[in-house]
Design a protein around this ligand. Structure first.
Ligand SMILES: Nc1ncnc2c1ncn2[C@@H]1O[C@H](COP(=O)(O)OP(=O)(O)O)[C@@H](O)[C@H]1O
Ligand SMILES: Nc1ccn([C@@H]2O[C@H](COP(=O)(O)OP(=O)(O)O)[C@@H](O)[C@H]2O)c(=O)n1
Length: 668
């Protein structure tokens, strides 16, 4: 997951290959609650690991439920009809799929519970559900603004003699919450059928369909008359299905369906394969497939997969009632940027009470990209930017809304080849923590991947600066010196002196270097050598092998392979002059020699490596001299490099200076 302030996505041309998507949020949280409410053990497979599922798991633990998570598998030991903790304070973040059903279930079961969330959760209405539960005899108090969380739940005196009325036109989650909670009441001895009547027209019906299907998997068959009356038969009781698999998230699939539909056709005919969900999915958002087809996408499907490629181009504008796919419809708004005219998405009033006011947010952000957008209480109309002159490079605000961030990324496929900035990219953690990594793994950029080079003499602080800048930008990091250090070590291990007589053999080793970088650690042929290559002796060997032209040549492809989406910060001696000559920013970092020797001395001592300051100064001078005077790729600033002498600067000041230069080169 990108935990950066923003993420700059270079212009993208196409997607190809295959993606496996994380489990559905709606199914994951429903299944977790159902598993907690029944007796016995349920093993949940392919569970989504995200902010919203984590708050649900934490809540279930707080209620005394047995919860064990191992990767994407969770083992839940259910509570039966009674939480083991009669009193608890639950923090539910911004997860509507946790807040609403837990409110209903706990209100029916009774106890002393407080349910809270982040500030936005306290602005998301819950009054209709509370009204329905109070009419049923539940005790619920508002702890803040009436009609909104936080809530306090007490002991109920449940009455089932009347049908329970609930509004269906604000959020279908209220009905879902009652459907999940009321089997607990129906299972009590002597109780009667429980009848729920929906007041107003029910929106987002497919989500209710998911609820009904999952209730059936857990042993409760709800009878439904149209979409207005639901009966839970007397004596209904939750029974664990034992094992249950969560489908991949159909809403998450929508971004990749869209990407496949707008992706330039590649060399191969097949487009993008999406695994984990097929057209027969129980999730309502799978109907996004029809909308995408209407816009021109070519989509094939099998039992658990979709295959997408571009069909009509530009896409065909649509005018669609999106009530049945409220979440995935946001993706259509992004696809509308590539259509042949204005597209109108109707019946989407529920967007206004989601993670943010999504109609207003979408209108504001799409306008930044150059689209004309008209919004009403329950519709949005998007007129795309002119494909040759209308696009703008934009920094998109994401409103702590995962879908705004994922939709925004689709603007990177713009024909003007402009990058797009996604602010606060970590908000995708709500449903799809690795969304951007997944996108980058299958996307091809339409312009070279941006590279920021930091070159300079030994111990000037290149590695420190480059790694920090990479971290702040969410970019990959290449420590090219480590490759020469590794080559030096490989030569030693092969009993080869780092001398010109052995040049061909050392170059052969460098070409096949069995190296792996993971987190901050380095492996050579399966052996961890992170510390070993940091000694001054290893540095000296590196300097010697690096003077051999065929060794430099042999390491070229490996270095280029680090330039991957979304970008790279590379440090070394010749990043800007030889390896990435077209890099948009090159920094030549220096500090005076005494300072550098002193820094290196402190650095080695702090790592527990003994060092002598005098010999360090001498080594440093020798290395500077060799690196600067060698015939190939001598250490020197690129013509277009910016010089930074950090003798008097702290690390943070150097990082801020370089980020400032980088920002000045961005179009937003
Ligand atoms: N601007 C700076 N001010 C003070 N110390 C620094 C600065 N930059 C780096 N250092 C320290 O100097 C040492 C050498 O830095 P390093 O990044 O390993 O250099 P290089 O990669 O150029 O050999 C490290 O201990 C680092 O913390
Ligand atoms: N791009 C690069 C990086 C390192 N090198 C060589 O590899 C040696 C070790 O590089 P390094 O960056 O790890 O060294 P320090 O700057 O940390 O001392 C340097 O002394 C250079 O001779 C190079 O020639 N070209």
């Amino acid at each position: 997951m990108y935990d950066t302030e923003f993420l700059d996505i270079p212009a993208l041309r196409s997607v190809r290959g295959s993606v496996r998507l994380p489990g559905s949020k709606s199914i994951s949280n429903r299944v977790l609650l159902l598993a907690a409410l029944c007796e016995g053990r349920t093993v949940v497979h392919d569970l989504l690991d995200s902010d919203d599922t984590r708050v649900m798991l934490d809540a279930l633990r707080a209620l005394g439920c047995g919860v064990q998570v191992d990767g994407s598998r969770a083992t839940i030991d259910g509570l039966g009809n009674r939480p083991r903790q009669p009193q608890a304070e639950l923090f539910l973040g911004n997860a509507g799929t946790a807040m609403r059903p837990l409110t209903a279930a706990l209100a029916v079961l009774g106890g002393d519970y407080q349910l809270r969330g982040i500030p936005r959760m306290h602005e998301r209405p819950i009054g209709d559900l509370v009204d329905a539960l109070r009419a049923l005899g539940c005790t619920i108090d508002y702890l803040g603004t009436p009609g909104y969380p936080p809530l306090r739940i007490g002991q109920p005196a449940v009455r089932l003699d009347q049908p329970i009325g609930v509004r269906g036109d604000v959020s279908s989650q209220f009905l879902t919450a009652l459907l999940l909670a009321l089997p607990l009441a129906a299972s009590q001895p002597g109780r009667r059928d429980v009848v729920i009547e929906v007041v107003g027209e029910l929106i987002s019906r497919p989500y209710v369909e998911i609820t009904l299907q999952l209730l059936a998997r857990f042993g409760v068959q709800v009878q439904r008359e149209g979409w207005s009356r639901f009966t839970i038969p007397q004596g209904s009781r939750y029974r664990s299905p034992g094992d249950i698999h969560v489908e991949a998230d159909a809403s998450s699939a929508s971004y990749f369906i869209a990407a496949g539909a707008i992706s330039e056709p590649g060399r191969g005919p097949n487009g993008l394969k999406i695994e984990g969900v097929g057209e027969q999915s129980i999730q309502g958002d799978i109907r996004f497939v029809d909308a995408a087809r209407a816009m021109g996408a070519e989509i094939d499907s099998g039992p658990n997969w979709l295959q997408v490629r571009r069909g009509a181009w530009p896409l065909k504008a649509i005018d669609l009632d999106c009530n049945h796919i409220p979440d995935a419809a946001m993706t259509l708004a992004a696809m509308a940027l590539y259509a042949d005219g204005p597209s109108t998405l109707r019946n989407i009033a529920s967007w206004r009470v989601k993670e943010t006011d999504r109609i207003a947010a979408m209108a504001t952000e799409l306008r930044k990209l150059g689209a004309q957008v008209e919004e009403g209480t329950d519709f949005i109309r998007v007129t795309p930017p002119d494909s040759t002159t209308g696009w703008r490079a934009a920094s998109l605000h994401t409103y702590d809304d995962h879908r705004m961030a994922m939709c925004g990324s689709l603007a990177a496929f713009n024909p003007a080849r402009l990058p797009v900035r996604i602010q606060d990219p970590r908000c995708v953690g709500k449903t799809f923590p690795d969304y951007f990594e997944t996108l980058f793994a299958i996307a091809e950029p339409s312009t070279p991947v941006p590279v920021l080079c930091v070159d300079g003499p030994t111990a000037s602080g290149k590695g420190t600066l480059a790694a920090a800048v990479a971290h702040r930008l969410g970019y990959h990091y290449l420590d090219s010196g480590a490759l020469y250090r590794l080559t030096g070590l490989a030569a030693r291990q092969a009993q080869l002196e780092p001398e010109p007589v052995n040049e061909a053999e050392i170059a052969a080793l460098a070409r096949q270097l069995p190296v792996q970088f993971r987190a901050d650690r380095v492996w050579l042929a399966g052996e961890e050598v992170t510390e070993q290559i940091r000694s001054e002796a290893a540095g000296m060997d590196a300097s010697r092998v690096s003077a051999l032209p065929s060794v430099r040549e042999a390491l070229l492809n490996l270095q280029h392979s680090f330039a991957r989406l979304p970008g790279l910060v590379a440090d070394g001696r010749d990043m800007g002059t030889q390896i990435f000559p077209f890099a948009p920013l090159k920094v030549f970092l220096t500090a005076d020699a005494a300072q550098r020797a002193d820094r290196r001395h402190k650095q080695l001592i702090s790592k527990g490596i003994s060092a002598n300051i005098d010999s360090l100064r001498a080594d440093l001078a020798a290395r500077d001299a060799r690196d600067s005077s060698r015939s190939v790729a001598p250490l020197q600033p690129a013509q277009d490099a910016l010089l930074l002498d950090n003798s008097q600067l702290s690390v943070e000041e150097s990082v801020d200076r370089v980020l400032g230069w980088w920002q000045a080169r961005q179009p937003f």
